[in-house]
Design a binder for this molecule. Structure first.
Ligand SMILES: Cc1ncc(COP(=O)(O)O)c(C=O)c1O
Length: 468
């Protein structure tokens, strides 16, 4: 039977009628077919219309109330909530779709399961405020002149020393350029190497922002499959051996988490050397590796001068800084120097100075050590919470990937979870190719704590069961 909201009830399926009704109405609300403030039929009316018991409709409405999709005003009726969450993109929408829905909740505390943000409760606020205040005073007293467009010399020295110790990269501070985070670093590379019109390998699955950035800059993207050893280089060569660039996450593949194997590293560097291509290494997690020791940076093994390394402080300190850096091979130093001076000089000298002091006085390495310990403990708790409903398939950087029962669509579960103030990420959104795309949920472990966490796990598990 078709109902007024456009869904069909199945009396033969295993899904209870109340769940089918709540899912059908929920989808109508989230897809905008039922507008905020619209009145829903009474229990009796809808029950009569659908040919189900009144209690069934009541149970369906209770689920929707619990998910805050509707509000009940007693005898005055039941209405669609005025405040609805941003909808996840459907997997069928074109890839060109805006990324606006991928990033939401700016400048707000992290939601439960949100990935890509450090722990909110473990940030060293006091120390950080002191360092920022000091840096602001020094900046105010600094001579009135242009700062170095490549970034503060102290910070670049600090990064060079850190990279040598933690990532095995031997470079001089003059090879380092400070940027406004990863996106600005990638853009700087695209412009400096004049990549417009060229082809770039991207990992599939891979970071949607990277795919979009390259597309916006007029670089053709060639999605290359990832297996247990990372990007499959031979498939990249077969698909586009003449590509100008490979953009990879060798330390911990984003989002699946495996390190690029030694054999693949060799193949990739050999291909770049022979074909004259560049490898862009997105080292977004740096040494924040929760399983064993962090794999070295690819730039540490580069004997070809073809690897350009990007780092960011978003995960290791805080994304509020919007601070990242590029490390270029010595042969590209002058070109990048010109490019930053003319196109994108480093900004935010105060934050740069504070980070420089944070690194110099040993706080950075200490903070990373503490965060690794904390995130490992939180990951272990997360694993135990989901073992019954949807087992953790793998550790994925600072998140876990949940395997969903067959037929459960990750975008549907994520859209419903958003209503309950949770932010699991559908892994399907990270895929470019339809033939590779699969379903699964990425849950950030960094903030897996607090009074809402246990309740959220229970609610998410229920959603997973409802959609299976
Ligand atoms: C794979 C990957 N690269 C880069 C970044 C972003 O770095 P930034 O915060 O500096 O823009 C992220 C952030 O989530 C990421 O997941």
């Amino acid at each position: 039977m078709t109902d007024p909201f456009g869904f069909e009830l199945s009396r033969k399926g295993k899904l209870p009628l109340a769940v089918q009704i709540s899912q059908g109405i929920g989808a109508a609300i989230l897809e905008g077919r039922l507008a905020p403030g619209a009145r829903l039929p009474s229990w009796n009316d809808l029950a009569a219309q659908l040919g189900v018991a009144r209690g069934t409709v009541r149970a369906a409405y209770e689920r929707l109330l619990d998910e805050q999709l509707i509000t009940a005003s007693g005898p005055a009726g039941t209405y669609v909530s005025q405040q609805l969450p941003a909808r996840e993109k459907s997997v069928n929408e074109p890839e060109e779709a805006s990324l606006a829905d991928f990033f939401t909740g700016f400048s707000a505390p992290p939601k439960v399961f949100q990935m890509g943000v450090p722990a909110q409760d473990a940030f060293p606020f006091k120390l950080w405020s002191r360092l920022m205040a000091r840096a602001a005073r020094l900046a105010a007293a600094a001579p009135v002149s242009y700062p170095d467009p490549r970034g503060e010399p102290d910070l670049r020295r600090g990064i060079a020393a850190y990279l040598a110790i933690a990532r095995g990269v031997q470079c001089r501070p003059s090879q380092i350029f400070i940027t406004s985070g990863y996106a600005a670093a990638l853009n700087l590379i695209i412009q400096t190497l004049d990549l417009k019109g060229a082809k770039a390998w991207i990992e599939d699955p891979g970071f949607p922002v990277s795919r979009k950035s390259l597309g916006l800059a007029g670089v053709g993207t060639v999605p290359v499959r990832v297996d247990g050893e990372g990007i499959v280089v031979t498939e990249g060569i077969a698909a586009a051996g003449n590509a100008a660039v490979a953009l990879v996450t060798p330390g911990q593949q984003a989002p699946l988490g495996m390190a690029l194997s030694p054999a693949r590293r060799r193949e990739l560097i050999d291909w770049a050397r022979l074909s004259g291509a560049w490898i862009i290494e997105d080292d977004y997690l740096s040494e924040l590796q929760l399983q064993g020791r962090a794999a070295p940076a690819l730039a540490a093994q580069d004997d070809s001068g073809r690897v350009i390394h990007i780092g960011t402080f978003s995960k290791t300190i805080t994304p509020t800084l919007r601070l990242g850096f590029v490390v270029v091979p010595a042969a590209l130093m002058a070109k990048f120097h010109d490019a930053v001076a003319c196109l994108s000089p480093a900004s935010n000298a105060t934050a740069q100075r504070a980070v420089a002091e944070f690194i110099r006085d040993g706080h950075y390495l200490r903070h990373l050590r503490r965060m690794k310990k904390l995130y490992r403990a939180r990951r272990d708790v997360m694993k135990t919470r989901f073992n019954d409903a949807a087992p953790v398939e793998t550790m994925a950087g600072l998140a876990v990937l949940l395997r969903l029962p067959a037929g459960a669509r990750d975008v549907d579960i994520a859209a419903r979870a958003a209503v309950l103030d949770m932010a699991p990420r559908p892994v399907s959104l990270w895929y470019a190719r339809d033939d590779l795309r699969r379903s699964g949920l990425l849950l950030g472990v960094t903030n897996a704590t607090g009074k809402h966490f246990d309740l959220s796990c229970t609610r998410l598990k229920r959603l997973i069961r409802d959609f299976s």
